[in-house]
Unconditional design. Structure first.
Length: 280
């Protein structure tokens, strides 16, 4: 990833922005259709159908949906527990929709938090996530090691009174790199993940191992390096007493020495960002 100026995005970045906006549009459309009795499996299927109707044939991972205390990954210990279940949505229950479509070779990975009717706990979690978005961008621009930024996010969560729920993800990641993949009419999935995207991530992991960096942003030693130029899908995930909330969006890291150009969020016109702007 070379230098790019916010507001003057390259054609490549515009491609990533297009699929990210499509994914968030899908999340908002599906969220508007959720009703009491809908299951996680049905919500995940709604996302798949909506995106396939708009040309998506490949995935970084297939859509997920989590309801109730599953939004906070309560008692999650095995990878299969992340997959959608027959948990039914109830009034006031929080939910998270998570999808990672690939369109025209461009990848997005987004997370959308909401509730079926008022939920004051999740509302507070969403409000407090704004500070995490600001912290991550500031410290990436400072070229702090990814592991240290992860620890600072952890400390902010503790000060806010929350639990770190992205630590429950495989390798405890708060983010991972995303790249372009070859355009195909259809690509198979393995355990819910697109084979092309997995190959790309594996290739990055091998290259990074040789060069001293990792495509996974984790609390472990392999992430003890400065931010690597490229696109990162970042997802701080807060939990409090059985309720979880997160956002997930693309952070662009470049090789520019200008702080504002060295890192920036790909798009500031996203549902959670609009929410925070309206509350100011």
């Amino acid at each position: 990833m070379t230098t790019a100026v916010p507001g003057e995005l390259s054609a490549e970045l515009r491609g990533f922005g297009k699929v990210q906006r499509l994914a968030y549009a899908c999340a908002e459309a599906v969220a508007a259709r959720l009703a009491p009795g809908v299951t996680e499996r049905e919500a995940a299927r709604m996302q798949r159908v909506w995106l396939r109707e708009r040309g998506v044939r490949d995935w970084f991972h297939l859509p997920f949906a989590w309801f109730g205390d599953r939004t906070a990954f309560v008692n999650f210990r095995l990878p299969l527990q992340f997959f959608p279940t027959d948990r039914r949505l109830e009034p006031g229950m929080p939910f998270i929709l998570d999808m990672a479509p690939v369109l025209d070779g461009y990848t997005a990975d987004i997370g959308y938090s909401g509730s079926l009717g008022p939920n004051v706990v999740q509302d507070r979690l969403m409000d407090d996530l704004a500070a995490h978005r600001e912290l991550i961008l500031r410290e990436v621009r400072e070229r702090r090691p990814l592991r240290e930024i992860y620890e600072d996010v952890d400390r902010l969560m503790v000060r806010q009174g929350y639990a770190n729920r992205h630590r429950a993800y495989p390798f405890g990641v708060i983010a991972h790199k995303v790249d372009r993949v070859a355009r195909r009419r259809w690509s198979p999935t393995v355990f819910g993940f697109g084979t092309q995207a997995l190959r790309g991530l594996a290739a990055d992991a091998l290259r990074g191992h040789r060069e001293g960096w990792s495509p996974l942003w984790s609390p472990y030693r392999f992430s003890d390096h400065p931010p690597r130029p490229g696109l990162w899908a970042v997802e701080p995930h807060l939990g409090f007493r059985g309720t979880g909330a997160k956002f997930e969006e693309i952070l662009v890291v470049t090789d520019s020495r200008d702080p504002e150009q060295s890192a920036f969020w790909l798009d500031d016109d996203l549902p959670h960002v609009r929410r925070w702007a309206e509350e100011k």
